[in-house]
Design a protein around this ligand. Structure first.
Ligand SMILES: Cc1ncc(COP(=O)(O)O)c(C=O)c1O
Length: 477
């Protein structure tokens, strides 16, 4: 580690440790001494807690304040909060800060489940907008600025707009246009940029939402930067939302024992990106470009590229590889890559595999992935692939009971197959990508059940459906 880096949290931790202090405080492992696994001892030395000199995440006045200020400057925000409970708690706090019970929030239906839980907690009422659909890859694509504007016109009482950008497939809606429209209606824009913490540091990538004045922008630094899981940032820009209100809500949601390992890693990730982010991303983009060139010659695979997205851009570091033409599902290819080639991708769906790449991925690893895919396609399976099933058909299910009422209702279990026409109590979510097919209070449709069953049959993971095939339904619904 370059000790000259301006990393206030890490530097203070090292200084504290150098004094060889006697610890009669938590954590109980006492700098890792009680660990019986030697690998953990170095980590244990850095797993310290809020003692004088090491500041307090919930009321920062020293090193954490300084580190957050450095992050705000680096990302172009007016204020940055370090999050030790992932983007999830940042999204929830952002929605709670904007929406009082009954307030309308405009958002595309392909939002992460954290947004739905944020609306349950705040009592917000969703006004869903349908995102565009990319039929070549069978995935959700951008949300159109025009559709956001239409929703704003039809819901003049909405308090703001929430978008996910990029989505899990690296697809970015036109933030410049959306931001201008939302602000022209004097509404707040929250951007879930969980997958875009690296954007700010290279002009080879889409713009960061803060560059277009999003009011709140939440980024999972553990996904595309080098922070420990689940380190994330919540950035605030402009004066439309109160920093104090967000701090208050984070105080309700976040642990009172924040991890210094996570906080220091957020601090160090920022410093690393400032120091060498541009160069690292250049190296990565070159490796990705070479991979895409090579895989282009293998006509069975298609890699998602900018030209395939109308009214938006893509993050080139997110590899989305469509595998339909080899007669296998993405889930099957993910399993083969893992079991036969020792390669683990980020996620798969019925049609695609998705890789998160960073400069930590070597050229040899890209080569290994390419070679594995070339071998896999030789084992072509002649069968009609599942083109008959697509999430677009599900649309936006009817909301029978408001999200804010759900928490106080009773539920019972029933098999998914018998649940058609009933009101869901739970969130039924293929994970990843974590986008609910059915949200609490919504009527379960035949199309939704068909889609969920296909994913489970293909070996995918669906939270909200138990191993015995049951789901939670609203009593009396
Ligand atoms: C679009 C999106 N938003 C939010 C989240 C939640 O992020 P975290 O895991 O940092 O809580 C995820 C997680 O995968 C995500 O994909």
């Amino acid at each position: 580690m370059d000790i000259n880096l301006n990393t206030p949290i890490y530097n203070a931790m090292k200084k504290h440790l150098a004094k060889n202090p006697v610890s009669f405080h938590m954590p109980g492992h006492k700098f890792g001494r009680t660990f019986i696994i030697p690998d953990l001892i170095n980590v244990g030395q850095l797993d310290i807690t809020e003692i004088p000199g090491l500041d307090n995440l919930h009321q920062p006045s020293g090193i954490i304040k300084e580190a957050q200020e450095l992050a705000a400057k680096a990302f172009g925000a007016h204020h940055t909060f370090f999050l030790v409970n992932g983007s999830t708690c940042g999204i929830q706090a952002a929605i709670m800060s904007l929406c009082n019970s009954g307030d309308k929030l405009i958002l595309p239906r392909d939002c992460h489940k954290a947004a739905v839980s944020g609306m349950i907690l705040s009592g917000a009422v969703p006004v869903y907008v349908r995102p565009q659909f990319n039929h070549d890859f069978n995935i959700s694509s951008v949300v159109l600025a025009d559709n956001i504007e239409k929703a704003l016109k039809e819901n003049t009482d909405a308090v703001g707009v929430y978008i996910t950008r990029p989505n899990y497939y690296g697809i970015c809606s036109d933030i410049e246009k959306i931001s201008k429209i939302v602000h022209s209606y004097d509404k707040v824009l929250i951007v879930d940029e969980a997958h875009g913490a690296h954007f700010k540091f290279s002009n080879k990538l889409p713009d960061c939402a803060l560059q277009h004045n999003s009011d709140i922008c939440i980024q999972s630094a553990h996904k595309t930067l080098s922070a420990f899981t689940p380190g994330a940032y919540l950035h605030v820009k402009g004066g439309r939302v109160s920093v104090d209100t967000i701090r208050h809500n984070l105080g309700i949601l976040e642990t009172s024992s924040p991890s210094y390992l996570v906080m220091a890693s957020l601090d160090i990730s920022r410093a690393a990106m400032e120091k060498q982010g541009k160069e690292d991303i250049d190296v990565l983009c070159e490796r990705v470009k070479n991979f895409c060139q090579d895989i282009k010659d293998v006509s069975e695979y298609r890699v998602l590229s900018d030209s395939m997205i109308k009214s938006g851009t893509i993050d080139v570091t997110r590899l989305v590889i469509n595998v339909m033409n080899i007669g296998r599902t993405g889930i099957e290819v993910e399993n083969i890559l893992r079991n036969k080639y020792n390669i683990q991708v980020e996620m798969s769906d019925l049609y695609n595999i998705v890789c998160i790449t960073t400069h930590g991925n070597t050229s040899e690893e890209f080569e290994k992935l390419k070679n594995a895919l070339c071998e896999i396609k030789l084992d072509f399976k002649k069968r009609s692939i599942l083109t008959d099933i697509c999430i677009e058909d599900i649309g936006i299910p009817e909301q029978k009971v408001d999200l804010k009422e759900i928490l106080h209702k009773s539920f019972f279990r029933k098999s998914l197959l018998e649940s058609i026409g009933r009101v869901s109590y739970g969130m039924i979510t293929p994970y990843p990508p974590g986008i609910p097919v059915i949200c609490p209070g919504e009527v379960i449709t035949k199309e939704a059940v068909k889609y969920i069953v296909k994913i489970i049959e293909a070996g995918g993971n669906v939270t909200g459906v138990e191993r015995d095939g049951t789901v939670l339904l609203l009593k009396g619904g």
